[in-house]
Every structure is written in structure tokens, then in C-alpha cells.
Design a protein. Structure first.
Length: 247
């Protein structure tokens, strides 16, 4: 079980403001009009029909991706560090036998998951909360079937370099910022790292990268928020990676 200290330090927004976060991400600029459309487009190019497939959603939040995966026919196991997020998912999909959701500190691996049981591991905007990502990706490889897919999104190393306290792009560093995602300032801590470290953590864990993108905002965002659209089409923000487990 995750410690209260780690939850408080890393996930204030996802614990104290869970209800507000769940409401906001349904239709905000960065999640609904940029991150999710890009991730789902990458998924649909290779696995649009998930009928009969087992999917592991790591860092499930309030369950937006659980709903998308179910709509594509998947059976979903969803994990999150924040207990309030797990409760929201359990309530949202209560009675649906295709969904199993529980609390897990992903920095401690996947101790309740068996080897080689999943066709897809999805992890949206979560891995930047992990100081050392290599054990995490090794666990993803362990629970995937041979040839299974890993799809994750994270902060752009290029964008995060601007926040480096040392000015050393190649250093792995904890960054603490104030975000206004839920309408009030919330303290969030994450880790920045170089692109080479980010990609190396994946490839050294038994994966071959098959696609790497930086995201495309929707046309809807261009209409409702031209300033944000301009920023997302001219400056790096997120990184999206599809990888396949080597047989």
C-alpha cells in the first residue's frame, strides 16, 4: 500500500481535489482536446478493436480511458495511487464485470499482477511522477504477453528542461510547481529527465519503440481556445510513445 507521505507529496491534486479533477478533465484543453485524442489515435491505428483483449490502465485517474477502452471491447484492470480516484472509478463502473480497479503505488511495481496476461498496457500522463522509471517499464514488460503493446504519454523532456533548477538538461531532477488545473493553485511534484534517459528506460526493459509523437490538438480547440491551440502547435508539451514487447 502507498504511504500517506508519498500520496500527500506527489498527488495533492488527485487526492484532495479528486472530484474537481474528474469533472475538469472531461472537457478541458490539455486532456480532452490534446492528450486523449493523440493517445487514442495512436491506439486506434494498431488496436482499434480490443474485443476480448486484456488491458492494464496504469494511473487510471477518474476513468476516462477506462470508458474508452470498454467502448473498444476490452476487459480493463485499472490502477491508481490515489484512493479517491480508485473510488471514483469503482463507483462509475459499478456492476460492470469487465472492470477491476484497485489502489497501487506504481513505484513499487505490480505485485498483484501475473506474468504475461495483458495485450496492452496504457499509462497516460503518469510516468513523470516516478523518480526511476526503469523498474516500472520492466514490470510492464513482465505482465504483457509476447508482442503486447505499451502506450504511454508524459511530459516532453524538451519542455521540462526549461524548469531545470540546475540548468543541466541531462540531470534527473524533481520539479515542484503550482498548477491551476482544478481552478485553484495545487502543488504538484514530478521528475524531469533527458530524452535519452526517457527512451532508454523503455528500450532497456525489453521493448521496441514503434511510434513516437508529440501530439496534435483538435480542431475544436482551435475554435474555442486559439491561444492554447497556437501554443500546442508551436511548442513542445507532451511526448507520446508506443512500444511493443520483444518476443
Amino acid at each position: 500500500m502507498p504511504s500517506n507521505n508519498r500520496q500527500e507529496q506527489m498527488n495533492e491534486m488527485y487526492n484532495r481535489h479528486a472530484q474537481a479533477y474528474a469533472k475538469v478533465v472531461k472537457d478541458n484543453d490539455y486532456n480532452a482536446e490534446f492528450e486523449r485524442p493523440t493517445t487514442l489515435a495512436m491506439l486506434d491505428r494498431v488496436m482499434s478493436d480490443l474485443t476480448g483483449k486484456n488491458v492494464l490502465d496504469l494511473g487510471c485517474g477518474s476513468g476516462e480511458y477506462v470508458a474508452e477502452l470498454l467502448a473498444r471491447g476490452a476487459r480493463v484492470t485499472a490502477l491508481d495511487l490515489a484512493a479517491p480516484m480508485v473510488e471514483l472509478v469503482q463507483q462509475r463502473f459499478v456492476g460492470d464485470a469487465r472492470v477491476h480497479c484497485y489502489q497501487q503505488d506504481l513505484a513499487l511495481g505490480l505485485p498483484l499482477e501475473q506474468d504475461g496476461q495483458y495485450d496492452l498496457v496504457l499509462s497516460p500522463l503518469m510516468v513523470h511522477y516516478l523518480e526511476d522509471q526503469r523498474p516500472f517499464f520492466a514490470e510492464c514488460a513482465r505482465v504483457l504477453k509476447p508482442g503486447g503493446r505499451l502506450l504511454f504519454s508524459t511530459h516532453s523532456p524538451v519542455a521540462d528542461a526549461e524548469a531545470s533548477p540546475s540548468g543541466n538538461y541531462y540531470a534527473r531532477e524533481a520539479i515542484t510547481e503550482q498548477w491551476d488545473t482544478v481552478g485553484v493553485p495545487v502543488t504538484v511534484t514530478f521528475y524531469r529527465r533527458s530524452l535519452s534517459e526517457q527512451i532508454g528506460a523503455v528500450t532497456q526493459s525489453g521493448f521496441v519503440i514503434t511510434a513516437l509523437e508529440e501530439g496534435t490538438p483538435t480542431k475544436r480547440l482551435r475554435q474555442r481556445s486559439p491561444e492554447t491551440y497556437q501554443r500546442l502547435t508551436t511548442q513542445p508539451n507532451f511526448l507520446f510513445v508506443m512500444a511493443q514487447k520483444m518476443r
